[in-house]
Design a protein. Structure first.
Length: 308
């Protein structure tokens, strides 16, 4: 059976933990695993611009002994004439895995259907699961565990990072809080999925409209840009609606004294977070950015080992 990673709950709690353990091992011995030796090729497809995703996957594939084939849909048939499923059938005969940073989750689902090589969601409008593996590796490094921790996300609750935090956090047995305006709540179906997972893992999901109440006593505070790609024309309205959810020193002080701050970057400093916080002693964003490399390498190793 071919294993894919399209959304965070494609992994069980045990599998998520196994990949994070492997990521820690790979970080400690960066060039110790070479499953792509040959070298084998991994197709890395971009519909959206990227810095961290492009660099971390390209470097990670090379570290694992392979060759990254970077494809822009603007310069390929996938961007127009050819369907995701037909593209996958062409690629699967030549590459070891497919990584796609795209818009609609439906394209990833179509690409993965009946495909013989792993398909990895490097970001979609609905989820950002590779980022969550990096975030959780970072949290484990600073906190020692995931289960039982309280993590609070502030800002746009309909953001792909929120949807991934809900699913991945519930899977890990964390207490996930989302603070956002009533008009920016997460997808109800994803909240329901996360609630169902949390029942099994001992985690929880809680939605707030008061950022101060949400942050109180948190172990981890997270935010993301208020203006994602494709929503630039909404910036003024979003800034007005989300201004009270900015992570500043006063809000951060309501979390536990040893709380850490995460942001997947790029950050729009002065909007969703102040420079005082993002550059402050509780910020672990540079560890988080580096850990994209190690977490994604572990994910690729694990998927290749679990695909027969």
């Amino acid at each position: 059976m071919t294993r894919h990673f399209l959304r965070d709950d494609d992994l069980t709690q045990a599998e998520q933990s196994e990949i994070l353990d492997l990521a820690a091992q790979i970080k400690a011995d960066r060039w110790g695993r070479k499953p792509l030796a040959g070298p084998q090729t991994v197709a890395v497809i971009f519909d959206k611009s990227s810095t961290r995703t492009r660099v971390s996957f390209a470097v990670g594939i090379a570290d694992l002994g392979g060759v990254p084939l970077i494809i822009s849909t603007a310069n390929s048939q996938l961007g127009g004439k050819e369907s995701p499923s037909d593209t996958a059938r062409v690629l699967e005969r030549q590459v070891a895995a497919i990584v796609w940073r795209t818009y609609a989750q439906s394209g990833l689902i179509e690409m993965a259907a009946d495909t013989t090589v792993p398909v990895i969601n490097a970001l979609s409008d609905e989820f950002h699961p590779c980022q969550l593996l990096a975030d959780f590796l970072t949290i484990r490094e600073h906190k020692g565990q995931l289960a039982g921790l309280t993590v609070t996300f502030l800002g746009d609750g309909a953001d792909n990072m929120v949807h991934s935090y809900l699913l991945a956090g519930a899977t890990a047995g964390m207490h996930v809080r989302v603070a956002c305006p009533a008009d920016y709540m997460p997808d109800e179906r994803i909240v329901a999925d996360a609630d169902a997972i949390a029942v099994q893992t001992g985690g929880s999901v809680t939605l707030y409209t008061d950022p101060r109440e949400a942050v109180d006593g948190s172990d981890v505070v997270v935010t993301d840009t208020w203006v994602s790609m494709g929503k630039e024309d909404e910036k003024a309205a979003r800034v007005a609606a989300l201004s009270s959810f900015k992570v500043d020193a006063e809000l951060m002080a309501l979390a536990k004294s040893d709380a850490i701050f995460l942001h997947c970057l790029p950050a729009d400093r002065g909007y969703e977070v102040t420079s005082e916080v993002i550059d402050g002693p509780q910020s672990v964003i540079w560890d988080e950015a580096e850990n994209r490399l190690h977490a994604q390498k572990a994910l690729m190793v694990w998927l290749l080992e679990h695909t027969g």
